[in-house]
Design a protein around this ligand. Structure first.
Ligand code: DLL
Length: 433
């Protein structure tokens, strides 16, 4: 079903008129309400009246994660603290965490976009959903919860963890929808087998997976093992949480809810918009948020965008799966390496498991070293040494040909690499940069 046909299927020209009006309003609103934006807009010499067409968005300054950190904790709030009904915090690796505040209107917006997302993935009112994203400061659990409430689903709020109980509830209650990170969907496979369950007989028909990068090969893997349709959901706390974009059953990109989240894709170095279909950094302007609206927020996520109409009837543009981040790119001996490139190779090689870790190190006075730990299937590990060596060599060769640098590969036994119930940590950078 389409949750909000009016907006999701609106003629793009008509929608653009609404976007323009909303854009002008939000620029005026943040100018009046957020001193940070007042200063910034003054510095850029731009006023809401200068926004005469959507392409004038280019005149506006970008907002970055550093801006949020510098104004920690509440400096970007546009409403007084007592109007904020909920505050979420996104963990960062360094410095202050990023804080986001939601007014009642913002929570309603979140419910709306998450209801759209669940419907877009094939959910219907009355379905049962198991929400195995973490509940708490992370936006995954509560975001799904709000959308499911709005859609009138029956919610099992398991949160992540306690996997055996999670699986028992699935067996006994028979939820149709599972929402969790793709890593957790894989993690649960081993536990299910240990419990003597046959994953293929799971009650889940639809999985809504996101919060971390995952490839089409992982999708195939999850779909086969659990016998379900696996769809991608994208979002980030700064904008709202999950519910920024969602894949439909055609699996041809993620529909971005652009009547409320205005997308641009830019060259991260120059800031200029890239052509349709080209890779670049996704930048989002919130058009209707009240508590903490953001102008041209740099997500650091690399995507491409396309504007042609999808077979499902929605008229919104679709972003590709997230291809990487401008900041999780590792530079090893001057070469840019994305974990997704390595994952892609591994998934094409028979005998390996979708569990891997990338270790970057620099010994004193020597060059950076890239080592990849790959789990291999039980049966291969018990094979003769020669077979293992051949596999190791094959992986090494294939990855080297993609990356163009010499690497090391270590094959490890099943279940050696730490599993994640939330977002997986793929890269361990031991260099002191
Ligand atoms: O991860 C919100 C979310 C929860 C999305 C549940 C989907 C499902 P943050 O913790 O702020 O918010 O992390 C946001 O996670 O900028 C991306 O780099 C990454 N990310 C989110 N969804 C996807 C996805 C939530 N589908 C950051 N594919 C984003 C790849 C994703 N990366």
């Amino acid at each position: 079903m389409i949750w909000n046909e009016k907006y999701e299927c609106m003629d793009p020209q008509e929608l653009k008129n609404i976007q323009l009006e909303r854009l002008r309003n939000v620029v005026n609103y943040v100018y009046e309400k957020v001193p940070f934006y007042k200063n910034r807009l003054n510095t850029y010499g731009v006023h809401w009246k200068d926004i005469k067409s959507l392409s004038d968005i280019k005149k506006l300054p970008f907002t970055t994660k550093e801006d949020l950190r510098d104004n920690y904790p509440f400096g970007l709030f546009a409403r007084p603290l007592n109007e904020m009904k909920e505050i979420h915090v996104s963990s960062g690796t360094t410095g202050n965490p990023t804080v986001v505040g939601y007014t009642r209107e913002d929570i309603e917006l979140w419910m709306e976009v998450m209801a759209r997302a669940i419907a877009c993935a094939g959910g219907n009112p009355g379905d049962m959903i198991q929400i195995a994203y973490g509940y708490g400061l992370f936006t995954g659990g509560l975001g799904f919860h709000y959308g499911a409430l709005k859609m009138e689903l029956t919610i099992i709020p398991t949160s992540s963890g306690q996997t055996k109980r999670q699986l028992k509830l699935m067996q006994d209650f028979k939820p149709r929808i599972l929402a969790c990170t793709p890593s957790y969907a894989l993690y649960m496979v081993d536990e299910a087998k240990e419990m003597g369950m046959e994953p293929k007989n799971s009650s889940w028909e639809i999985g809504i997976f996101g919060a971390e990068p995952w490839s089409d090969s992982i999708r195939k893997e999850i779909e086969e093992i659990w016998n379900m349709t696996a769809l991608d959901v994208y979002g980030l706390s700064e904008i709202i949480g999950p519910g920024v974009a969602q894949e439909c059953s055609y699996k041809d990109g993620l529909h971005i809810f652009w009547d409320v989240f205005y997308p641009e894709v830019i060259n991260p170095e120059t800031g200029e918009e890239v052509k349709e279909g080209e890779d670049g950094e996704l930048v989002i302007t919130t058009l209707t948020k009240i508590g903490m609206p953001l102008l041209r927020y740099r997500t650091r996520d690399i995507v491409s965008i396309k504007y042609d109409r999808c077979k499902c009837g929605r008229t919104s543009p679709r972003i590709s799966k997230i291809k990487g981040r401008t900041d999780d790119m590792i530079v090893v001996r001057g070469i840019n390496v994305f974990p997704s490139q390595i994952e892609h190779v591994l998934l094409g090689i028979e005998g390996t498991q979708p569990h891997y870790q990338i270790i970057v190190d620099r010994k004193a006075h020597s060059l950076d070293e890239l080592e990849i730990w790959v789990e291999v299937e039980e049966k291969i590990f018990s094979d003769e040494v020669k077979k293992l060596e051949e596999l190791q060599e094959k992986i090494k060769k294939e990855i080297e040909s993609v990356l163009g640098i010499i690497i090391k590969v270590k094959l490890v036994e099943p279940k050696t690499i730490e599993r994640s119930m939330g977002k997986a940590k793929r890269v361990i950078d031991k260099r002191q940069l």
